[in-house]
Design a protein around this ligand. Structure first.
Ligand code: WAQ
Ligand code: MG
Length: 262
């Protein structure tokens, strides 16, 4: 059966309110359009005066992936200490990783705010590779099956959020590219203080206090290998359909246990 990409975005007075996307079989289109429409109309940021719903038949078979293993990092140590440890298990030098962590908290876009998409950073030079530094690169054509989402909900228990589901789906696609070494993410929602770092070969690490509450800044950084074919990478991120169809594991780890993962 034909698969469709369905995308929703909404705004009010020209300001972005929400966005979401799905990849679904034709027979589910009506149901999914209605649920995205409801999502657009009932957002905590207010009622939009503009809603875009875009439907498009996929021209390409999606890739089905298993989600990255999820770890929640047990508290105690300062965020920078945890990030330093996690970067040191990746191929990204910790000093470079921390430099971009601080930059996200200061407002990484040239105008000092948030980017709509992600920055792409070459390792180890720190050179920025995305063509538009104000906008960044937007990952798209992603979804997770109902079965995988259900299992994630069960595994994460009280720590489950819709943000986790969507971020794990996005990061699973991003880390699947052979030249992406790590991803760092901080929400731009002032009240959502859980962020993550994904490390190639290890998984997705949730950090519960990655930023101070109330800060309306954040963003994403994709750390990539030197010599990466940037056009190929961007085309994969922006347009290859990816569906997460199963999950791996969910566990809590301490700083000491992280060292044993490698
Ligand atoms: N592609 C690339 N970058 C994006 C995309 C996208 N599709 N969507 C958002 N970004 C960038 C953009 O710079 C945003 O400012 C930034 O990421 C944060 O986006 O385990 O809610 O939607 O509980 O605010 C992490 C979940 C939630 C952690 C992240 O991100 C967890 C979140 P937000
Ligand atoms: Mg947000």
């Amino acid at each position: 059966m034909a698969l469709f990409s369905v995308k929703m975005r909404s705004s009010k007075g020209g300001l972005h309110i929400s966005g979401a996307e799905r990849i679904v079989p034709e027979e589910q289109l009506e149901e999914v359009i209605l649920s995205l429409f409801r999502r657009a109309r009932n957002h905590s940021k207010g009622r939009p005066d503009f809603i875009s719903l875009k439907l498009e038949e996929l021209k390409e078979e999606p890739v089905y992936l298993r989600a990255l293993p999820v770890y929640e990092v047990k508290g105690g140590a300062p965020t920078e200490t945890l990030l330093e440890k996690l970067f040191s298990l990746s191929e990204v030098p910790a000093s470079l990783g921390l430099r971009f962590y601080r930059r996200l908290l200061e407002g990484i876009s040239p105008s000092g705010g948030v980017m709509r998409g992600a920055a792409i950073v070459e390792v180890p030079s720190g050179r920025r590779l995305e063509p538009d530094r104000e906008r960044g690169v937007r990952v798209s054509y992603i979804d997770i099956t109902e079965g995988a989402a259900e299992e994630l909900r069960r595994l994460a228990g009280g720590k489950y959020t819709e943000n986790l589901k969507e971020a794990l789906t996005l990061s699973t696609k991003v880390l699947h590219h052979p030249d992406v070494l790590s991803e760092l993410c901080i929400s731009d929602d002032p009240d959502y203080t859980t962020g993550y770092i994904s490390v190639k070969g290890l998984g997705y690490f949730r950090l519960f206090n990655i930023k101070p509450a109330g800060l309306p800044l954040g963003g994403r950084v994709f750390f990539v290998r030197e010599g990466v074919d940037v056009e190929n990478l961007i085309s994969y991120l922006e347009s290859k359909p990816v569906i997460v169809s199963s999950v791996s594991t969910y566990s809590a780890v301490s700083l000491e246990e992280i060292e044993e993962l490698k």
